[in-house]
Design a protein around this ligand. Sequence first.
Ligand code: 9MR
Length: 356
Amino acid sequence: MTKLDRREFILGGAATLAAGASASAALPASKLARRHQGYGAAATLWDLQSDPRLGEAISTYCTQVVPVLELKWPMLRPDAHTFAFERADAILDFAQQNDLTMRGHTLAWYHDIPDWTKRIKDSKGVERAYVDHISTVASYYKDKLTSWDVVNEPIPDNPRDVKDRRDTFWTQHLGDRWIPLAFRTAAAADPYVKLAINEYDIESAKDSFIAKRAAYRNLIMELLDQGVPLHAVGLQSHLHAELEIDTHGLAEFVTEIRSWGLEVFVTELDVDDQKLTGSPLERDAIVAKRVDDLLTAIASSGPVRSVLTWGISDRYSWINGYVKRPDKQPNRPLPLDGEFKPKPFMDVISKFTKDV
Ligand code: 9MR
């Protein structure tokens, strides 16, 4: 198959997913009325193509979308010489046809590094591959995305102290400069896109989370001191339903981040309810309360301008693939249930975001 044929083939599928939603100018008023400004969801192209209800739900409630897999190294880079943009492009087409903006996730991560990259033995070669990847991908999507998660998950779980950083393949070859280098390379390729750092397990009131938040804060300060082009701080917010949100500590953190001129994004919100007992209704209420506490803490120092959930319907959530509840019931981590019906979680999203 030639490159063009391949693109047409993939977009053929995407056209079907967009069939229910025509070009943005023609979006029905009823649909626009349910959109929440700044609310977005993650999706894979596979799920969008296989279930039209998913694209329909995203275009009904959201103003933005982010690909779960399609902008990660393994999907974009089958080998050292190829950039396979077709699948991410198909999601971008879906976004444009439905008047949604798109975020990029992610350019530099300790995880999802292809085998061909790991086989490069000399550090100069690793640096060339790293810079080439970030530069080529950010240039290709120049002016098409609103923001990029440039560096994802740089802090280890249970950090020893505030200076602790995750030991990654990139650190082994480039040292700590893998982080500034990623931001500088992305900024040179696309000067207007917002560049974010992104981290998980910093939202709840648990010692290891508080330590992780402190190390995250320290890294952000160091990057700013070095003049690194960093514009936004991502709170992934993969919440654990049994843990309370550290509302006071989180509000303080967000206030400080904003005082440094940075934006705060909620990038991957969902709530794992595996440790909750009770009926689905009772679990949904606790899940909604955690989300409400999270967004209240963030909203205490400014508006919630960008909040994305990692999926939109419980039917398509990574959590159901990774963890099983002891009672074998499906997890209910997202704003819509498995049949795409809104849950109290969606009311909380709507409380903190303006209607379009
Ligand atoms: O949900 C994603 C899952 O389908 C992928 O297999 C995995 C590896 O690419 O990534 C998951 O998404 C993660 C995101 O990229 C970064 N933060 C944690 C997310 C959930 O694990």
